[in-house]
Design a protein around this ligand. Structure first.
Ligand code: ANZ
Ligand code: ZN
Length: 818
């Protein structure tokens, strides 16, 4: 039938694609095509695909399909990030195993992806919850362990009371759990960490490789997250303590302005230096601080609190005795957990000094009023005063000078500090990768030998998974109790599982050889495909997944397993799909279901709507777009292809076709190519729509459907349209007499001869004398030409006021009678 029935087309072409398998990436070295690796952030299997997936995958598929047409050997894989809490919570609720929920959702999503017509190489499908995958998480963990990059320490960690597990710093957003929004509290626990801090400087430096390829805002977020500060480490003696205490300061120039000293209340140092008669006060205060969330602690609104510890620190440059306080506004895990307080030039210190009546001494004259009176600190530039050898210097001169002095004295040195903390990777939950370590009473931490990997999860379900604050694995006694691999005595497995961000930190390497058994990936093959040419995904991963993947890549580089240091050459962050100006949510009742939209309008109309809505980075408000209009457009497009197909044969020469339509076609090819290459996909779609109208016009009121130019235009349209509406494109291509599939047909080339816009020279006379020559289009109208001629400066010079008469002979002559 010639009617547009989206569902019929989907049911016709989906099995054909499966049979023809046109999207398989070729591994053979004989394949001469250059390679391209296009990667979508892999989905988490929580239910069916949603509108956000619909957008992200439709956008990425424009590029994948374009590259296939351009003759690249494209790798466009798919898999599932299938460990994680939602599966576990669902399992507890239904008294089931998390795998049931997980794999049934994966099946649902896989079927939806197939219907959605995304050009995946399905042969590389992976699931991170498969033992054949997580075995290599364990293998990598052990390699990190051997290199000192995985280690266990106790300390204060972020704890989510709702999810009953620890969180990495990156998973705490504004003091709340990134996943459930509950306020995070601090707990003292022994946990596993990856030493990402060892790579802080390289993570910063290598961003130079990403300039231009990654959105600037993601680079800025990573830079801020890594948070490099320069300044000095300064050593203060504390009365009654052997070892000096080091503080990190970005303002060593203000050292003479230090009037007190503050230690993080929750750091062990506070306890250690506290005078006996202050112990009780400190204990009470620490109990108060422990109740606070980080949100409260860091709030600038919050009144400053603290306790005097009954001891003094000695300023290394002038011997002054500074009272030592414990306070919550100094954080235990930043810098060295202690500071020199300079109230005149630091607002937090000033608030504290005013609250507790501590002195304020200006050491940098900034020309502003006295902070002691105004309550406003003066952190800016100025001239040093009250500072002995620094007096009269500028801030930067003083910083250089004081560092020199401290280095001479042996009491300090220039220092760099990073905000980045080590990555806490252990979790007290079930549905993740078991940590491959055995704890032996005699041997301590013993790695599980490589040939005993994977350590698979025990079979726990339902109630056994309920959060208890310790890992559910601890309850699986048969699993926990093992013989020590070293000494053979009874020992216990580590019962924590890995943060699922470990899984996603290297999955893009596993796609190259998803069933490889000799290592996490085939090193030789990876060399041929990586780094990823284009990564597409949401901006919410800016400092989580994207930072961790960069870190993993650098470690793998150091291990000699990869030959590049950045995994993703280009990154595209698509916008969100919202509705009525707001994020979709159950409570607002403004959710839109992808499956329902597809049932109603068809896959192609939904995909085209997603791509046409605006630049890929922008949010799409579903209330502002019209999938119905997209569907009507696709019906029109299919109709012109059908009519062109019925009126002429494939393979005819286009040379003698209607010149006007040929010009439009080639101009469209030229523009669409450039628009796709520059990621302006929405404008590319607009050009395709214009071409469709031009074909319609040529059929109805031009040279007619049989003209070769109509076929040429319709064939080009089919190929270009296949980037956004693959089903209509396949059907149109077939009706144009081609087959078996459009997916690998070469991208049309614009003929430069047809891009030249011809022009003619128009002579402009004033009173019979030639005064100007204009280059104009041969089909310019008389009124346009008259306006152009009168606007000419050269002509105006010979006119005073309105001419008496203008004679226009378009396009060649204008004669003006002044
Ligand atoms: C003295 C000083 C004088 C400071 C001054 C600032 C201004 P960034 O830029 O974020 O690295 N600091 C150091 N360790 C701290 C901790 N554990 N908790 C809270 N604050 C801490 O900030 C570095 C500055 O933050 C350091 O420089 C220190 O205060 C404070 F006019 O030292 B400054
Ligand atoms: Zn042992």
């Amino acid at each position: 039938s010639e009617q547009y029935d989206p569902k019929a087309l989907q049911e016709k072409w989906q099995p054909r694609w499966e049979e023809l398998d046109p999207f398989r990436a070729e591994e053979s070295a004989d394949d001469p095509r250059p390679r391209k690796y296009l990667l979508d952030m892999f989905p988490y299997p929580s239910g069916d695909l949603h509108m956000g997936h619909g957008e992200a995958f439709a956008i990425a598929d424009v590029l994948a399909r374009y590259w296939f047409h351009k003759g690249y050997n494209v790798l466009h894989p798919i898999g599932w990030d299938s460990f994680g809490l939602p599966a576990e919570n669902a399992a507890i609720k239904r008294n089931a195993h998390p795998a049931e929920w997980t794999y049934s959702n994966i099946d649902t999503q896989a079927a939806s992806f197939r219907r959605y017509g995304i050009s995946f190489d399905w042969s590389r499908r992976l699931h991170t919850s498969d033992p054949e995958y997580y075995r290599w998480n364990q293998w990598l963990f052990l390699r990190f362990y051997e290199r000192g990059l995985a280690y266990r320490k106790d300390g204060l960690v972020n704890w989510c009371p709702q999810d009953q597990t620890v969180l990495a710093n990156e998973q705490v957003v504004n003091g709340r759990c990134e996943r459930c929004g509950t306020e995070v509290v601090r707990r003292k626990l022994t946990q596993w960490y990856f030493k990402i801090t060892e790579y802080a400087q390289r993570l910063l430096d290598d961003m130079a490789q990403l300039e231009g390829g990654w959105p600037e805002r993601v680079l800025t977020m990573q830079r801020n997250w890594i948070g490099r500060s320069t300044g000095a480490d300064v050593q203060f003696r504390i009365e009654g303590r052997e070892e000096p205490v080091t503080v990190f300061t970005t303002r060593p120039d203000t050292l003479y302005g230090a009037t007190f000293f503050v230690i993080a209340a929750d750091s062990p140092l506070a306890e250690e230096v506290c005078a006996p008669d202050r112990r009780a006060d400190l204990e009470a205060y620490r109990a108060e601080v422990a109740k606070l969330s980080d949100i409260e602690r860091l709030s600038t609104e919050k009144e400053k609190t603290g306790v005097f510890l009954g001891t003094y620190a000695i300023n290394p440059v002038n011997g002054e005795r500074l009272p030592v306080w414990a306070a919550d506004y100094v954080l235990a895990d930043y810098g060295h957990g202690a500071i020199m307080a300079v109230p005149a030039h630091d607002q937090r210190d000033l608030d504290f000094a005013r609250k507790f009546g501590l002195p304020v001494r200006v050491v940098v004259d900034t020309g502003e009023p006295d902070p002691a009176e105004t309550g406003v600190a003066t952190p800016g530039e100025g001239t040093l005063v009250n500072s002995g050898p620094l007096n009269g210097l500028s801030k930067s001169e003083a910083i250089a000078k004081i560092i020199e002095i401290l280095e001479e004295q042996g009491t300090g040195k220039a220092a760099v500090n990073f905000r980045l903390r080590d990555w806490l990777v252990s979790r007290q939950r079930f549905w993740g990768t078991p940590i491959p370590i055995i704890h032996c009473p005699d041997c301590g931490e013993v790695p599980v030998p490589d040939d005993q990997l994977p350590v698979t999860l025990p079979d726990l379900r339902g109630e056994a998974l309920a959060p208890k604050g310790i890992s559910p694995l601890a309850g699986a006694t048969d699993w926990v109790n093992v013989d020590c691999p070293k000494c053979g005595n009874p020992a216990k497995r580590d019962t924590d599982t890995m943060d699922t961000f470990v899984d996603s930190s290297w999955y893009f390497l596993r796609y190259i050889s998803p069933h490889h058994e000799e290592g996490p990936f085939d090193v030789e093959r990876v060399r041929k495909w990586l780094p990823v040419d284009q990564y597409v995904g949401g901006v919410e991963h800016a400092v989580l997944h994207l930072l961790y993947s960069r870190f993993f890549t650098k470690v793998l580089y150091d291990m000699g397993l990869v030959d590049f240091t950045e995994p993703f050459t280009r990154l595209l962050n698509q916008g969100q799909v919202i509705n009525q100006g707001k994020a979709m949510s159950k409570s607002l009742g403004n959710g839109v279901d992808l499956g329902e939209q597809i049932d109603k309008y068809g896959v192609d109309a939904v995909r085209l709507t997603m791509v046409f809505a605006g630049p890929p980075e922008d949010d799409i408000d579903w209330a502002d777009v019209s999938p119905g209009a997209s569907q009507k457009y696709l019906a029109r497009a299919l109709r012109v292809m059908t009519e062109a197909g019925a009126a002429s044969e494939p393979g005819i020469s286009f040379e003698n076709g209607d010149l006007e339509l040929r010009r439009i076609t080639h101009r469209t090819i030229d523009e669409v190519t450039r628009l796709v290459e520059s990621y302006r996909f929405n404008v590319a779609v607009a050009r395709m729509m214009e071409l469709t109208s031009a074909i319609r016009k040529a059929i109805d009121s031009g040279p007619g459907a049989a003209d070769p130019a109509v076929r040429e235009a319709a064939e080009a349209l089919a190929i270009m349209l296949s980037l956004v509406a693959p089903y209509v494109a396949e059907e149109g291509w077939e009706r144009l007499g081609h087959g078996p599939t459009i997916t690998r047909v070469p991208w049309p080339e614009a003929d430069p001869a047809l891009l030249v816009v011809e022009s003619v020279t128009c002579v402009v006379q004033v009173a019979g004398k030639v005064r100007d020559r204009l280059e104009v289009s041969p089909d310019i109208s008389e009124s346009e030409l008259q306006a152009l001629a009168l606007a000419s400066q050269k002509v105006q010079a010979y006119l005073s006021g309105e001419p008496r008469k203008v004679i226009v002979r378009a396009p060649k002559l204008v004669n003006i009678v002044p």
